[in-house]
Design a protein around this ligand. Sequence first.
Ligand code: PMP
Length: 284
Amino acid sequence: MKVIWNKEIVDRASVKIDLEDRGYQFGDGLYEVIRAYNGTLFTIDEHIDRMFRGADKIDLKMPFTKEELKQLIISLIKENQIDTGNIYFQLTRGNGSPRNHAYPDPEKVTPVFTASTTVVPRDAVLMSKGVAAITIPDMRWLHCDIKSISLLGNVMAKHEAHKVGAFEAIQHRDGIVTEASSSNSWMIKDDVIYTHPDGNLILAGITKLVILKIAREAGLKVKEEPYTLEQLKQADEVFISSTTLEVMPVVTLDGASVGDGKVGPIVTKLQELYAQEVTRVCGE
Ligand code: PMP
């Protein structure tokens, strides 16, 4: 499998990242993950827009236009013949030596771009059975809208889940459910679907955007508003969403069953609608 290093498709072994790269030393960079179905990158423009928005927020000068970035990542999907899989790409502020927290003069640094692909089939078994989650205080910073490669808070939360055999950690701040460690969090009560509104406390998930659209088009009731940890624990259905997980049911929370402990009807409906949307965009 080839990778992208800056603007070239190269062998992975030939990539050289300087030890003073600000991504490596400070986590000073942004990333995206886009899923390919049938060789087509789903919601590619939305992901690219988000990276450009993030770059604006941290004064990182993008080294290419949106269209150039789009063609670059499409070329890697083609080169590696990815049918169903993911592309991961990241952009760091580059080598700013001598080490200094302050942003270096953008004229004196060159951002470093890398991209790689993986073949990952849809996990139909997991999607039909659901997963276990824990709840945990949100210990992250206040710019969760930036898809930063500084992920230690998220990594620590996920580790707490894995320590007890759970799949994901759903985080809460001041009693309000924010999002999970690497996915958005949702609950359903009395046929209404709730999810935290976008803002600085969560990542504006692209999968969330797709789910909001397809749910509303199907006439389901959706409220993008904060809900409490107590409400989550009393929910009829719970699910998490991300590019790689799509609509993933959560059937236990902190060891207790969600609803009757089975995947519920609205989550099943959303899974069907999501699959239809993927087919509409990427083909059968
Ligand atoms: N929140 C967090 C913290 C995430 O890491 C992710 C996935 N990267 C998401 C939400 C879901 O985002 P998306 O649907 O764009 O993959």
